[in-house]
Structure formats: C-alpha cells, structure tokens
Design a protein around this ligand. Sequence first.
Ligand code: ADP
Ligand code: MG
Length: 245
Amino acid sequence: MLEIKNLRVLADGKVILDGLNMSIPKDEIHVIMGPNGTGKSTLCRTIVGDKTYEISKGKIELEGEKIDGLTPDEIAKRGIFLLFQNPIEIPGVTNAEMLRAALVDRGVQESIFEFNKRLNSSCERLGIDKSFIHRNVNENMSGGEKKKNELLQIDVLKPNFIILDELDSGLDVDGLKSLSEGLLEYKKTMKASILIITHHTNILEYLHPDKVYILNEGKIVMEGDEKLAEKIEKNGFKGAFSVSE
Ligand code: ADP
Ligand code: MG
C-alpha cells in the first residue's frame, strides 16, 4: 500500500531523514519508536505533503503511484490521514462545517439531512457526545477530546491509511483504550493501514502491530515484531543501540 524508498528529507537545509525504506501493506499496523529528535514527526509530515520538508532523494508511493510532490490536500484526498501530535484549533469553524466541506471537496453529494444522519451515527458508534458535532474544531478541547474528535473525522472521511504521531500524548489509560478500540473497529471494517509513532508500549497491548521499527538519527536502525517494542520498553534505546547525546 505505502512504499517509502530510499528517502532523504531536508528541513531548513539540514538532512533529517536519510536512506529510509519502509513498506506498509494494506490492513497492517506498523509502529515507529525512537529517541526524541530523530525524525519521526518529520517522516509523518513529509508523507502528508508538508512542504517545509524537502525530499532530495527517494520517493513515496501509494498503491504504486508516486505521491511525493502532491499538495497536502491532494494527498488527503488519496486517503491518507494524519493525527497530529498537537492538533490545530480552528476557531469559528465547527466540526460539522469542516467535515461537510471536506466531503463536498471529495465529491460526496448528500443532503444536509443525510449528512447529519452520518455524523450522528458516527458519534453513536464511537461513543462520542453529539455536542462534538457543533463544537469548533479542536477549540478548548482536552488532549483526549482532540483525539476523539480526530477519530470522528476518520469515521466520516474514511481514509485508508492513518498515521498517528504520538497517539498516546495527552491520553489517560481509558482514553487510550477507547481510541485503540475505535481504531481497531475502523481497521476491521475498512481494511485500513495504520502507522503509529509512540514512546510507550501500553498502546501495543491493544493494537498488536505487525511490524516495529526503531528510528535513530534519521535512519531505521532496527526492525522486528512486537517483541522488539517490549525489549525497548524494558532496556531503553541505549540498551539496543548507541544513542548520541
Ligand atoms: P521526533 O518527532 O523524532 O522527535 P522531529 O522529526 O520533530 O523528531 O525532528 C527531527 C529533527 O529535525 C530535529 O533535530 C528537529 O530540530 C529538526 N526539524 C524538524 N522540523 C524542522 C523544521 N521545520 N526546520 C528545521 N529543523 C527541523
Ligand atoms: Mg515528534
């Protein structure tokens, strides 16, 4: 589904990622762990077309088609959705308005009545309070509420590739569990792929990953299954490879 080939990315003239290869098939969950400042968020933002990051080598393909070079909007329409580490607040725009605009933009034609029915049933399915529909996007929401709000966006926009940058930040144990359950349910029905950035393995108890990568200084230094994540949790990154201070 998503192929990253020999990717080199620069930010502000500095090489952040170099020689990065990943292949994430349909209906799989892959996890990236790694020390701070090693390029995890850079990778996420590069995939979704953030032009702050310059691809100087390599490519990114979705279903065999090159997507690097496309605008963030075009990439989103291809079905890639990024849950930000710190989701932006959009004062003055409600979830309903934003989602309606996004659906219209994707060529979905439905009446306001059908649209409202869609939002209401998403809220019911996800256990989200219906007041969320008319709240401004992420405004005055707690970390947990923002993640729930993004889950609502996923359920409405139906992406087939979801990226979660630090999905556990700002979530308590219950929040983590309900987000994981929502994601798994979504994956089951949509056969979506999920790429997760995390520092903690608690989430992996719910979302058993097919593959775990360790990123250090812009390169994948280790690859394995769930056991690799457990090893890192127990011994830290320093126990696994040399980390420069
Ligand atoms: P991580 O998410 O793994 O903690 P980041 O991808 O946020 O790491 O950052 C990796 C490195 O790239 C850091 O050294 C950071 O300072 C640098 N970096 C990230 N974004 C930019 C940017 N827009 N301009 C300059 N440097 C950046
Ligand atoms: Mg980050």
